[in-house]
Design a protein around this ligand. Structure first.
Ligand code: IMP
Length: 176
């Protein structure tokens, strides 16, 4: 594996403050609606833990795992690796994700859940990369917009490492 260093991009205090703000937005928008908070595995679990502890209106927590087929750029191709446990017909769903990169996975998940009868499907993500996307993706709640760098920490991994870092950092490869 190539050598690399992790450099801090967003510190803990800034992340915690921002997540509390996003939580209040969701709390206001979903008061009395009892949404399903569908945490997208694996990376979404750390952001979800912070977010959900700051939302003071009832919700249901569930987990979903999905992957877009390797090498696809097109929409429509998705494999659900862990499905939601709750029936979703007539329910509002918020997909809780660590990062939106191409957005393909979330776009496809949204389509699948709407077809299954969800009343609404929205996205809450800690990070969103500032890139052009070839399809429309509405990201309703996000913590930070970041440059197109590979980032780790706060649930995000590089080859399954660094998910527990208490900050978001970018991976800088050292030249050899
Ligand atoms: P997308 O479908 O291209 O938006 O990618 C979705 C998934 O790829 C995210 O949920 C992450 O698990 C992973 N991913 C994308 N960018 C990064 C990154 O910079 N660091 C770590 N994981 C990433």
């Amino acid at each position: 594996m190539r050598e690399y260093q992790v450099k801090e991009l967003i510190d803990r205090e800034t992340i915690e403050r921002r997540i509390a703000e996003v939580a209040k937005e969701i709390e206001r928008d979903y008061a009395g609606k009892n949404p399903i908070m569908a945490v997208v595995l694996k990376g979404g679990f750390v952001f979800a833990a912070d977010l959900l502890r700051s939302i003071d209106t009832p919700f249901t927590v569930d987990f979903i795992g999905a992957s877009s087929y390797e090498g696809t750029q097109s929409t429509g191709d998705i494999k659900i690796t862990k499905d939601l446990d709750n029936p979703i017909t007539g329910r509002h769903i918020i997909l809780v994700e660590d990062i939106v990169d191409s957005g393909l996975t979330l776009y496809n998940l949204g389509e699948v859940l709407r077809k299954r009868g969800a009343l609404s499907v929205k996205i809450a993500t800690l990070l969103i990369k500032k890139i052009d996307r070839p399809f429309p993706l509405d990201v309703d709640y996000f913590g930070f917009e970041i440059p197109d760098e590979f980032v780790v920490g706060w649930g995000l991994d590089y080859n399954e490492r660094h998910r527990g870092l208490p900050f978001v950092g970018y991976v800088e490869f050292t030249e050899d």
